[in-house]
Design a protein around this ligand. Structure first.
Ligand code: CA
Length: 221
């Protein structure tokens, strides 16, 4: 999952970025509202964490443009003050949820996970055949066997499990799993798919990660 963080306070931005990266998210940071909007239009994000008080364009103005331009991204707004007016204004402008600073990182993670499930009648646990992935505990199991994945492998598998049965191109996979510094001309996606195959499919009769010729990969039974 790839997240855009729009936050002008350097310390807060790096704290969020570092924490999310440790959880396997791909993270890009924009330092003001204008930059945030242009990154949102140029790249693909699964969610945005948007500070309310921002230079150039504040969070409310950004939110209004996001909704006016129908950029379909779930938004978690960060507010410095826990006032009802701020809350109502943020939600009115189209934010899906908000969090008051200062916050515990675990709280941010929990809100983000719930945003990423937004609109889907999806149980917290992702499942295909006997493969299960729990985004909250980060446990992945094939049958009764617990698999040990690196953060990036987890992230790639999570994205594929959220899109079971869909053919996913290398570009799509790289756009959702790697950040803006990723060189999309490399074969890193194939390399990671191989890592995953070794852990998820090797030694099991039923292969779940499948190559879609001319497209990329898909996860299906
Ligand atoms: Ca700010």
């Amino acid at each position: 999952m790839r997240i855009l963080v729009v936050e002008d306070e350097n310390k807060v931005a790096s704290f969020i970025k570092k924490g999310l990266q440790e959880e396997g998210y791909a993270v890009d940071v924009a330092a003001d509202g204008l930059e945030g909007l242009s990154m949102l239009e140029m790249n693909v994000y699964d969610a945005m964490i948007l500070d309310l008080m921002l230079p150039k364009k504040n969070g409310i103005e950004v939110m209004r443009e996001v909704r006016a331009k129908k950029l379909n991204v779930p938004v978690l707004m960060l507010t410095a003050r826990d006032t009802l007016a701020d809350k109502v204004m943020g939600l009115d402008a189209g934010a899906d949820d908000y969090l008051t600073k200062p916050f515990a990182f675990q709280e941010l993670l929990a809100r983000l996970r719930s945003l990423l499930r937004r609109g889907k009648a999806e149980v917290a646990m992702l499942k295909i055949a006997d493969l299960t992935l729990d985004p909250a505990t980060r446990k992945v199991k094939r049958g009764e066997v617990e698999l040990s994945l690196t953060a990036k492998e987890f992230s790639l598998l999570e994205y594929m499990m959220r899109n079971v049965g869909k053919p996913l191109s290398r570009t799509t996979l790289s756009e959702h799993v790697w950040d803006i510094n990723f060189d999309r001309m490399t074969n890193v996606v194939d390399v990671y798919i191989n890592f995953l195959r070794n852990k998820v499919d090797k030694g099991f009769d039923k292969k779940l990660i499948q190559t879609v010729r001319g497209v990329g990969y898909t996860l299906k039974e």
